[in-house]
Ligand binder design. Structure first.
Ligand SMILES: Cc1cc2nc3c(=O)[nH]c(=O)nc-3n(C[C@H](O)[C@H](O)[C@H](O)COP(=O)(O)OP(=O)(O)OC[C@H]3O[C@@H](n4cnc5c(N)ncnc54)[C@H](O)[C@@H]3O)c2cc1C
Length: 319
């Protein structure tokens, strides 16, 4: 593909190039170039530099703080970001829960959660998988029972990437067991990790690293207004967060191969390629069954992208 930029796009390219040259801190650059694990405070510092520049939310709608960039501008940015070998955003807040909140959340939820995600003031993690519910997410057992104005949550979530740093978790929980199909009765709940009754247990992987965790909920009280979307109908919200995390966004230009890689996942130092693929698989289990096979699209947050596509291997384009 031969790409010709307009004068305005060339000007933008120069601005982005200058920004990465002058504003990308040397200490963060050194860690990235060494391939070592990025300390969370460094990761956040970089995300906040982008926030102050107004370049944090490249894919959000402008009204919530998105850049409003055209696809070509996103391409230019991704290319310069790749040349600079700058850290990618941790996806859980910016690209997974935020699209759910601005698409399905109430006005109050948007005002409460989006500014902190945009400014990287809050670290999120994803609570979908359970010891007995991975690919078959519809069999999840973590319960949230409505008692007055709050839910009481009990259960266990597993494989939570970087959950040890998380301030908040977005969870799929069962709010109703009396359902015709087990894909129903599942809700999308936002939970403050400081709530009493939550315990985080590290899972040490074969390489000896602590990247993933198991989280237990023991009678955890969650305000009912932390429910996003309709109770018992988490399918669209869950697929929204998964498709935003699926490898279909041009986020990284590889100067060595001159290819744009379509990835949206934690940085390679968090070794999460497998997570991104398998999470898309999990969300597929929340699709309607064939007998009821209307494909549910995910409005606003993944217009052209439906789950089967998200599950395909990451495409790449030569510039
Ligand atoms: C490093 C890492 C980080 C992760 N981070 C998170 C996170 O932050 N939050 C989160 O919620 N989850 C996370 N996960 C979980 C992940 O996204 C998957 O949901 C989960 O790994 C899949 O479940 P399982 O491991 O129980 O495998 P299973 O579901 O038991 O699957 C085992 C194998 O069987 C295959 N299989 C399953 N069902 C079928 C079928 N019907 N037909 C054919 N083959 C099938 C699968 O492809 C797989 O190879 C993470 C996983 C990893 C490895």
């Amino acid at each position: 593909m031969h790409v010709t930029f307009s004068a305005r796009e060339l000007e933008f390219q120069e601005e982005v190039r200058t920004f990465f040259r002058d504003e990308y801190p040397d200490d963060i650059r050194k860690v990235m170039d060494s391939g070592e694990e990025m300390p969370p405070d460094m990761q956040i510092r970089w995300q906040q530099i982008l926030y102050r520049k107004g370049w944090a939310a490249t894919n959000w709608p402008v009204e919530y703080g998105g850049t409003g960039w055209s696809p070509v501008e996103k391409y230019i940015y991704a290319r310069e970001e790749g040349h600079a070998n700058a850290p990618l955003f941790i996806p859980f807040g910016m690209t997974m829960v935020a699209p759910v909140v601005y698409t399905y959340g109430s006005e109050e939820q948007k005002q409460r959660f989006l500014p902190d995600i945009l400014a990287s003031n809050v670290w999120w993690c994803q609570g979908y998988s359970e010891p007995g519910a991975g690919s078959d997410l519809a069999s999840l057992k973590t319960r949230a029972d409505l008692v007055g104005d709050h839910y009481v949550v009990n259960g266990t979530k597993t494989w939570l990437t970087l959950g040890q740093h998380a301030d908040w978790i977005f969870c799929l929980v069962r709010t109703n067991t009396d359902v015709a199909r087990r894909q129903e009765g599942i809700s999308f709940l936002l939970i403050d990790m400081k709530t009493p009754g939550i315990s985080v247990k590290p899972i040490i992987l074969l390489d000896g690293k602590h990247e993933v965790n198991e989280i237990h909920f023991d009678n955890v009280e969650v305000p009912a207004n932390n429910l996003v979307g309709e109770e018992g109908k988490a399918g669209p919200t869950a697929r929204c967060s998964c498709s935003m995390s699926a490898p279909t966004q041009p986020t990284r230009f590889d100067p060595n191969t001159a290819q744009i890689n379509f990835v949206s996942r934690p940085q390679n130092q968090y070794a999460a390629r497998r997570r991104s693929k398998t999470t898309a698989t999990s969300c597929a289990s929340l699709r309607p069954s064939k007998s009821n096979s209307r494909v549910l699209s995910t409005p606003n947050c993944a217009r052209s992208q439906r789950l089967p596509r998200a599950m395909r291997p990451a495409p790449s384009h030569r510039s």
